[in-house]
Design a binder for this molecule. Structure first.
Ligand SMILES: Nc1ncnc2c1ncn2[C@@H]1O[C@H](COP(=O)(O)OP(=O)(O)OP(=O)(O)O)[C@@H](O)[C@H]1O
Ligand SMILES: [Mg+2]
Length: 511
């Protein structure tokens, strides 16, 4: 023991001696360089190499950081004495991770690595275009040099995969919104999120089973299609346009898609976006495996048709950037990147170079008035699949009867079934209306079916009388009468007013 202390004292003596020489012989700048050299020298002989994974990588949030955080919350391969527990607002799962500046060992294919969570206070703020968080966070991964190839080759991919699996299993998809306008939070996110818990699935969605199967197969192909998209040189994204009358299940379909694929939803409120560059920034901050939704696209922006803008606002060529796409009630800034979003900005958002800044993304637009959308927005590559959500058909009704009342195939009497078949298409009732009748009477199955048949018959009768031009009593019919085709010119003039009116109606209904 005495020997040990003597050795230690002499080592420290030598160290002090070299340090004093360093201070007297070398000027401060040389001292710094020599320390760096020493550091390199030390690294050269060290058996380890280190990888830093910072939370914010330049302007973007580092997906790998989030993945590591999630991965470290899986207890299977991780051991540690001190862990921090977190439970998100409304979240069902408790996750745990590394406490600040703590370390964890992990094993992967016989290789041992060490994770360290490094949290430091940010130095006095240098100039930045957005506020930065007070803390700088990151993980440092320590790996033996000889294991470098294993770690870089497959471990990090494994971590990413495991993280997305954990997220899927947690069943906690996130619903993001940009309702804060253009302002960013302290971590530079323009999106706010809440756990997404919509119960709609493809099983609960009432629509034609053939169409449903087609959409599900398309989604599956998309999700498993990485190699295909790579091979064909296409960006790994897909666009769906859902159109049809209110209450036919467009929003429910989006929720079902998200639940089916386990994707997050980014609900983009276009009226909160003021410029094309803001739109681009929002896009850059979305993660892969997500659905980017613009609901009621005909209402959230004021799409004046091409002919008009060609004459008035658009003094450029036949297809310039100036198709007016500005929030209703605001004047058009005109120029791309000015005070409004342009159609060109929106087109680039869905199919430009920037749309590929992530991968595995689905764009979904919904509208009640497909005819009001610019054809450029609808073409394949932007909106690859157009899905018409129709009034409730008989096959769709069977799904509602099964889900709401527990009726299986063949449970309905033949005569009753025939009556339903005859009246369904004529009545033009939405699944939303039908489910309302079923909910009201769900305690008495037979009564529910009977009431529904009556309601359908009444609606069909009113509809036929309305179409003959004799009586228009029903609210629904009044609305449809308003929407009925008019003279082409008259419609163009009334376009904006009508659009606004329909938006107001929707707002009132939703409000
Ligand atoms: N196809 C459907 N299958 C099952 N339920 C449906 C369907 N369509 C509508 N519903 C029911 O009606 C409600 C409203 O539907 P949803 O919001 O999906 O309609 P929408 O087409 O998005 O309407 P809007 O055009 O007004 O936004 C849902 O909560 C759901 O309960
Ligand atoms: Mg909707």
């Amino acid at each position: 023991m005495k020997e040990f202390w003597t050795t230690l004292a002499s080592v420290m003596g030598v160290w002090a001696f070299f340090q004093s020489i360093l201070h007297t012989v070398f000027p401060p700048e040389l001292r710094f360089a020599s320390l760096k050299l020493f550091h390199r020298f030390f690294n050269w002989f060290s058996a380890y190499c280190y990888y830093d994974i910072t939370e914010i990588d330049g302007v973007n949030t580092n997906e790998l950081y989030n993945a590591v955080q999630l991965y470290l919350s899986s207890s299977a391969s991780i051991t540690g004495n001190r862990l921090s527990l977190t439970r998100g607002l409304n979240s069902s799962a408790i996750t745990f991770g590394l406490s600040n500046n703590d370390r964890l060992m992990d094993n992967y294919e016989g290789v041992t690595v060490l994770w360290e969570h490094i949290v430091t206070q940010r130095q006095a703020q240098t100039f930045s275009w957005r506020p930065l968080p007070e803390e700088k966070r990151g993980f440092t991964l320590r790996v033996k040099k000889k294991d470098k190839s294993v770690i870089l080759g497959s471990y990090l991919d494994f971590v990413m995969e495991k993280a997305s699996e954990i997220r899927r299993n947690n069943q906690d998809r996130l619903l993001y919104t940009n309702s804060r306008g253009g302002s960013l939070d302290s971590r530079g996110h323009p999106w706010e999120s809440v756990p997404f818990k919509h119960p709609s699935t493809f099983d609960t969605l009432a629509m034609d089973p053939i169409n449903k199967a087609e959409i599900m197969a398309d989604l599956k192909d998309f999700a498993n299609g990485e190699a295909f998209y790579q091979r064909t040189g296409r960006a790994w994204k897909r666009g769906y346009l859902l159109y049809g009358p209110p209450g036919t299940g467009k929003s429910s379909m989006i929720a079902a898609m998200a639940n089916f694929l386990g994707y997050d939803i980014y609900d983009l409120e276009l009226t909160e976006v003021h410029t094309n560059s803001e739109l681009r920034k929002l896009l850059m901050k979305t993660s892969s495996k997500s659905i980017i939704v613009i609901e009621d696209i005909d209402c959230s922006i004021n799409l004046t048709n091409r002919k008009k803008s060609g004459g008035a606002a658009n003094s450029g060529g036949a297809r310039s950037n100036n198709f007016d796409v500005s929030p209703p009630g605001t004047s058009n800034g005109g120029e791309d990147g000015g005070n409004s979003i342009t159609l060109s900005g929106l087109l680039n958002f869905t199919d430009g170079l920037w749309s590929c800044c992530g991968s595995e993304r689905i764009f979904v637009f919904t509208t009640n008035h497909i005819e009001k959308l610019d054809p450029a927005l609808l073409r394949s590559g932007r909106m690859d699949m157009h899905v018409f959500m129709s009034y409730c058909s008989f096959p769709a009704l069977k799904i509602l009867l099964k889900n709401y009342l527990g009726y299986n195939d063949g449970d309905l009497e033949r005569d009753l079934e025939e009556e339903f078949k005859q009246v369904m298409d004529k009545a033009e009732m939405t699944p939303a209306d039908i489910s309302e009748v079923l909910i009201k009477n769900r305690r008495d199955k037979e009564r529910a079916v009977w009431e529904l048949l009556e309601a359908l018959k009444m609606r069909a009768e009113k509809k036929s009388r309305g179409l003959n031009g004799t009586v228009v009593e029903d609210e629904e019919q009044e609305k449809r009468a308003l929407d009925s085709p008019k003279e082409e010119e008259e419609e163009e003039e009334d376009d904006d007013g009508e659009l606004q009116e329909s938006c107001n109606k929707r707002d009132q209904n939703n409000g």
